[in-house]
Design a protein around this ligand. Sequence first.
Ligand code: 13P
Length: 255
Amino acid sequence: MRTPLVVANWKMFKTVAQAVAYVREFTGLVSGMDDVEIVVAPPFTAVHATAEAARGSRIAIAGQDLYWEAEGAFTGEVSAAMLREAGARFVVIGHSERRTKFGETNDQVNRKVKAATAAGLTPIVCIGETLNERESCETLRVLDRQIKTGLDGLTANQVAALAVAYEPVWAIGTGRNATSAQAQEAHAHIRSRLSEWFGAEAADACRILYGGSVKPANTKELVGQADVDGALVGGASLDPKAFAEIVAGSRPGRI
Ligand code: 13P
């Protein structure tokens, strides 16, 4: 069975001091919840301090993005090796905010996924349709393109090890989460495509997270779906108590 994976994406929130204070409080709140893998993605500036604060706990740290080159004249960018050295083990790639606000393409997502994998970071690859695409019945086709190009060239083992996050753009930060049926339909589709393109074993092992207005009150219902293996949480993850409740609601056997 897949271990649930619950990820806090803090986006552009929290200073170093705030991030460290959060981790100190949060580690106590989730102690004993060993059946869920927990990841926190702070802004780049707080990756190292957050990783130090989380040392010895079960909380792993993620970058929110990276650049695919190892080094060079790329002002403002951060490499996979830099993230690793700062203490990250995971990295969020292709978040819809990167795609819509910074013009990131599926090809760029693919380069980033390959760079992360080569450096030993676990990618959390974000995909999802806009409201317009959903209303014009394009959802599954959009997801297909995002997966096909985003994961192009990866081996079955690499796909087995990474996580895909299905985040419908219309559900992000809106308070309007996908229904559990909508999430399950998308997740089952994603898993069937992974199976077709990378084999049944990889598809079975790959964790597919749901993101978009996840909160303590809707976690069990969403993560209780057969193909929903955890959550990628924005707003509700900024409060350690709320995020700890989301982790608790994602525990297997408690759904
Ligand atoms: P919200 O949980 O604030 O809707 O954000 C979801 C998200 O974008 C996580 O990456």
